[in-house]
Design a protein around this ligand. Structure first.
Ligand code: NAD
Ligand code: MN
Length: 347
């Protein structure tokens, strides 16, 4: 590659504060990665309220046709139903078939949450309740709402393979399937069964034989995650459980503002901090930029630029370990800009 074309979609709230930070970190890497080209792209709820569109066709087109990868900030999806609005991040994951949401959660130095944490949540990113097929009908006793929860063998198998691939690259080499098959024996049953069968697939050819396969029911998995996070390595989960588990795991390392992710598919990768648009701190200049910066590093590594990604991560880890320039979510007094400056200096 002569150049790396990156779509930037800050979207709403603190997304607009942390995506510029990630951009600066990428620019600071220099010679370990190709020349960078950025596209500034629109999406989000605020855009919807102004223009009636949350995800313009032009944004999708530029991502599809003129970008090698992307960075997404966060969207402010209202908790009430708004006619004509649908979350652009959920739509983008589907449009670009970014079937895996990979969320590494790792503590640095002395973990503020207590025990050291080093795990990866591998979240299925295209189905489960996020197919958003909801209906509501009147009944004699009040309205009745229903949702479809879709689990397919195809999506479960590919997310399972992704989890095993990630486990292979890690020291512990362990995959834990997170499910609720004791109650949802059909849907979660299919998810569990399909992933259990992955190591024996003919095309896998025994390459996962050294990966230890475990499973855990989702509620007790959260309980054990808080008490003994060290028992987990790679946790693979259907969409909703994966979403909840990764926010929970973020609490163990001190802040949502530290946890990165990538949305990955066969042909595209999009970095995205795990946190949302944080309306409570929006515009105050104190959003923690480290999750977004780490998402950029994760994206680089996924594209094969190991050295570039490692340089960003090393800088972030140093800043956390020194503990002198931190945003308030980590108990510090520094601003977003000051943290970005500290990271850029280390890169
Ligand atoms: P949130 O993740 O935005 O915030 C939760 C808490 O963590 C807040 O107290 C916030 O201040 C804090 N926090 C989050 N990121 C931080 C950071 N970088 N630095 C410092 N503190 C940080 O979740 P929420 O408040 O439940 O949701 C707000 C909005 O974000 C909602 O509209 C929701 O739909 C949306 N959301 C979007 C995404 C996404 O875009 N992928 C994910 C989650 C929530
Ligand atoms: Mn979430």
């Amino acid at each position: 590659r002569r150049s790396l074309r990156i779509g930037l979609v800050p979207a709403d709230g603190i997304g607009r504060e942390v995506i510029p930070a990630a951009k600066k970190a990428l620019e600071a890497v220099g010679s370990d990665i190709p020349k960078l080209e950025f596209h500034d792209l629109l999406a989000g709820f605020e855009l919807f309220t102004r223009t009636g569109t949350a995800l313009p066709d032009e944004t999708i087109r530029i991502l599809r046709e003129e970008s090698d990868c992307a960075l997404f900030g966060a969207v402010s999806s209202p908790s009430r139903k708004v006619a004509g609005y649908s979350s652009p991040i959920v739509a983008l994951r589907k449009e670009l078939d970014l079937y895996a949401n990979i969320r590494p959660v790792k503590s640095v130095g002395a973990n503020p949450g207590g025990k050291p944490v080093d795990l990866v949540v591998v979240r299925e990113n295209t189905e489960c309740l996020y197919v958003k097929q909801e209906t509501i009908v009147p009944s004699e006793t009040g309205r009745e709402a229903r949702a479809t929860r879709l689990i397919t063998e195809r999506a479960s198998r590919r997310i399972g393979k992704m989890a095993f691939e990630i486990a292979l690259q890690r020291a512990r080499k362990q995959v834990t399937i997170i499910h609720k098959s004791n109650v949802l024996s059909v849907t979660d049953g299919l998810f569990r069964e399909t992933i259990r069968a992955v190591p024996r697939l003919p095309e896998v050819g025994g390459k996962y034989d050294n990966v230890r396969l475990e499973e855990q029911i989702v509620d007790s998995a959260v309980y054990r995650l808080f008490r003994e996070p060290e028992i987990y390595d790679v946790m693979v989960a259907p969409n909703l459980y994966g979403d909840i588990l990764s926010d929970a795991a973020a609490a163990l390392v001190g802040s949502l503002g530290l946890v990165p992710s990538i949305n990955a598919g066969e042909h595209f990768v999009m970095g995205e901090p795990v946190h949302g648009s944080a309306p409570d701190i929006e515009g105050k200049g104190i959003a923690n930029p480290l999750a977004a910066i780490r998402s950029a590093a994760l994206m680089l590594r996924h594209l094969g630029y190991q050295k570039g990604g490692d340089r960003i991560d090393a800088a972030v880890n140093q800043v956390i370990e020194e503990g002198e320039v931190l945003t308030p979510d980590l108990g510090g007094r520094s601003s977003t800009d000051e943290v970005v400056e500290a990271v850029l200096k280390k890169i």
